[in-house]
Design a protein around this ligand. Structure first.
Ligand SMILES: [Zn+2]
Length: 103
């Protein structure tokens, strides 16, 4: 059993992504939660690892659409602010959920 593997990804609510993990636990991410930690090169400097996108600019009512699987290790989605280049690995999502810093 791999705790970083999803059993179910629920994305029918525009403001949320809910992941049911293989270990039976469930994590609810708001679209804003995910946008704030977007790891793409447009949001985090590849050279320094420093976040260049200000999470404070993300509205709480941000929405997601077009969520798609990338291989069996990540998801990507379109955010309602027009951003769509982030790749969110299941490992990073699980770490985010377990960190207790959501919402
Ligand atoms: Zn990004």
């Amino acid at each position: 059993m791999n705790a970083t593997q999803p059993r179910l990804i629920e994305r029918s609510v525009p403001g949320k992504v809910t992941i049911e993990w293989a270990d039976g636990s469930t994590s609810v991410f708001t679209a804003a939660d995910l946008r704030k930690v977007c790891p793409c090169a447009g949001c985090v400097s590849e050279a320094t690892g420093v976040r260049t996108h200000d999470p404070a600019t993300v509205p709480d009512d941000l929405e997601q659409s077009n969520l798609s699987l990338i291989g069996n290790y990540a998801i990507s989605m379109q955010f309602s602010d027009g951003h769509s280049t982030g790749i969110f690995t299941f490992e990073a999502l699980r770490r985010l959920a377990d960190s207790g810093s959501l919402h």
